[in-house]
Design a protein around this ligand. Structure first.
Ligand SMILES: [Zn+2]
Length: 414
């Protein structure tokens, strides 16, 4: 499974000159997110990305990059003001259809007004925490809901300005990707699901109660995968899309770098395995989701949007039947479980046990009676490119006394 990528590495995916550096931009108040927009004029797209770029630079995506900052400034605790305000501001102007659960749908018809055959999904909630939701650690006392948070941008990386629960690029970036495709007129059924983080409740409801909504859908792409490499073929160990489909999407987005990956935990498209032939999850460039260290690679978000708009959706191969599985067998050992759920085990180690990837390398070296360098060598990890989580100093102080991830106290950085 992918180790955390260094900035150097994922700048290889950058659609922009690698020498470009934004002036760090910060904001104190919740109403000034537009001030976060990069101050410097950015250079044109690299020609290699797309022979016909649909926009010139990171500031020229169909939906402004500033709207991504703004979406992520909402702490989208499910059904609290942060989530509802974001929906009001960004989804309601699209005149969506709302189902009885509270999910929202926007349809962009295909040629000659035909029903779209591709569905795109993102979830409106995040794992923000106000003392009474998603608590891994039982709260001492519920806090009042804080609907907004401050962000910062450095070197095209968006992160929290001060330590808090999480950035919420999971899945605010997915929302922003969908808004872009809608604005660009890409035919599709656009699904904005609720309550994904508490067990895909919105999408499960939709699949169970309104399956006809998906009668024409051959492929569903969720935009809710970390990093910049994975097109998910298995969720929770169950096959969700065919290799040929995943290969096609990977090549259309970033040949050589994106590839099929069978290590997905679940997202909303998992709710449709028995209804829709191809269900996948696409990497949107966030990292360390569900943690205070979460950050978003803005160049990837803009690049991804560009690729999705320019690709020809009429030639996407369909290689799976609804319900078709080649599920993993029963799980017997820890190693089997790690193989099937590498992300979840990684998340558990980082969040619940406060183990850094550096410490994990140490442990693995010790088990194998070898050096960290030799372990790194085996997995092609260039130790010199390792970076600390972006811009966050998780020094505990009274302002964050209720911060739920106690075990992360060891992450102090200079
Ligand atoms: Zn998510």
């Amino acid at each position: 499974m992918p180790m955390p990528l260094s900035l150097d590495h994922h700048n290889q995916h950058s659609v922009y000159s690698e020498s470009v550096v934004d002036g760090p931009a910060t904001t104190q108040g919740s109403d000034t997110m537009s001030q976060l927009a990069p101050k410097q004029k950015l250079p044109a797209l690299k020609a290699a990305v797309s022979p016909t770029p649909v926009f010139e630079n990171i500031e020229a995506t169909p939906v402004p990059i500033g709207d991504l900052y703004d979406i992520l400034s909402y702490r989208r605790v499910a059904n609290e003001r942060g989530e509802l305000d974001m929906i009001d501001k960004y989804i309601m102007p699209l005149n969506p259809v709302k189902d009885a659960y509270g999910n929202y749908f926007v349809t962009i018809p295909g040629p000659q007004d035909t029903a779209p055959v591709v569905a795109f999904t993102a979830h409106t909630d995040s794992v923000h925490y106000d003392g009474h939701r998603y608590s891994f650690v039982e709260p001492a006392k519920p806090e009042p809901h804080r609907p907004r948070q401050s962000l910062k941008v450095e070197n095209h990386i968006l992160s929290l300005a001060v330590p808090d629960n999480c950035l919420g690029a999971d899945d605010g970036t997915g929302i922003w990707v969908l808004l872009n495709l809608i604005k660009a007129g890409v035919p599709g059924l656009y699904c904005f699901y609720r309550d994904e983080e508490s067990g895909r409740q919105g999408s499960e409801w939709s699949a169970k109660h309104e399956p006809n909504r998906y009668a024409n859908i051959a492929a569903m792409l969720s935009f809710d995968r970390r990093g910049v490499t994975d097109i998910i073929t298995h969720q929770m160990g169950q096959r969700c899309c065919s290799e040929v489909f995943a290969e096609h999407i990977a090549n259309a987005i970033d040949p050589g770098e994106c590839s099929p990956d069978d290590g997905g935990s679940f997202t909303d498209s998992y709710s449709f395995l028995d209804l829709i032939p191809e269900c996948t999850n696409v990497c949107v460039g966030y990292y360390a989701q569900h943690t205070p260290n979460e950050y978003q690679d803005l160049t990837w978000a803009a690049y991804l949007v560009n690729r999705l708009i320019t690709m020809d959706w009429s030639i996407v191969p369909i290689g799976r039947e609804p319900g078709e599985t080649d599920n993993y067998g029963h799980l017997y050992s820890c190693a089997d479980i790690v193989n099937s759920f590498p992300d979840d085990v990684g998340e558990a180690l980082e969040q619940f046990y406060g183990i850094t990837s550096e410490e994990l390398l140490d442990i693995i070296a010790e088990i194998n009676c070898t050096t960290v360098e030799r372990v790194a060598d085996q997995i092609d990890l260039d130790l010199s490119t390792r970076v600390e989580p972006f811009g966050l100093s998780l020094t505990r102080d009274d302002d964050y006394a209720d911060f739920p991830f106690d075990d992360l106290g060891d992450y102090d950085h200079e």
